[in-house]
Write a protein that binds this ligand. Sequence first.
Ligand SMILES: CC(C)(COP(=O)(O)OP(=O)(O)OC[C@H]1O[C@@H](n2cnc3c(N)ncnc32)[C@H](O)[C@@H]1OP(=O)(O)O)[C@@H](O)C(=O)NCCC(=O)NCCS
Length: 188
Amino acid sequence: MLKDYPKAIVTKDGDSVLLRPVTVEDEEALNEFFSEISDQEQWFLREKLNDPKILHESLKKLNYKRTLPIVAVREKDGKIVANLRLHLSLAPSIGHVAHLRVMVHPDFRSLKIGSWMILDCVKTAMDMGLEKLFAEFVAGAEDSAIGAALKLDFRHEGSLKDYIKDKHGGYRDLVIMSRDLQSKWSDF
Ligand SMILES: CC(C)(COP(=O)(O)OP(=O)(O)OC[C@H]1O[C@@H](n2cnc3c(N)ncnc32)[C@H](O)[C@@H]1OP(=O)(O)O)[C@@H](O)C(=O)NCCC(=O)NCCS
């Protein structure tokens, strides 16, 4: 699985981008990446990796068996243009499922990078023997991501009403989507 990285993709505008697991050397480029995300989107980040201290701690404790963080790196200058995290569990009762979160840099959206990363994550999850992927979205704030997920065969599982608070104190629903992972890989 990890031996398959780096993987090269080409964006819709022809740039070469490499997908590969995060390493401790990525700290500076990741800090830059998160600092360029809008305040509104930073608010909804679950792990607050936009805080340099929290990012530093998470890089010190990298454990690909618990969280597999994959970055998309522009080949010509090493800029991180997207970040995906696959959250796994070691508990046997939920070891067959995983959760993914993905964030594409605002200047690099609609170039198919998000789709490539999610499809790559689906393949990696299948290679790991996982049976189902889950992703959670904030209604009214991450609707484009819901559209992207639907196109990649995720389906709506349900919503948790008022689970999320926005920065103005308003409530938002959490939309839960899932994708079954068939035993035969045929998406590419
Ligand atoms: C959602 C996100 C990951 C999509 O990545 P991307 O590289 O921009 O998307 P792609 O170019 O692969 O496009 C895939 C689909 O996403 C949707 N999409 C992408 N950008 C969009 C936009 N600006 N407005 C509306 N829909 C959009 C479309 O359905 C698109 O399909 P299409 O090109 O056939 O119309 C990215 O926009 C993002 O990081 N959003 C903010 C963070 C977020 O909401 N994360 C989800 C939490 S898991």
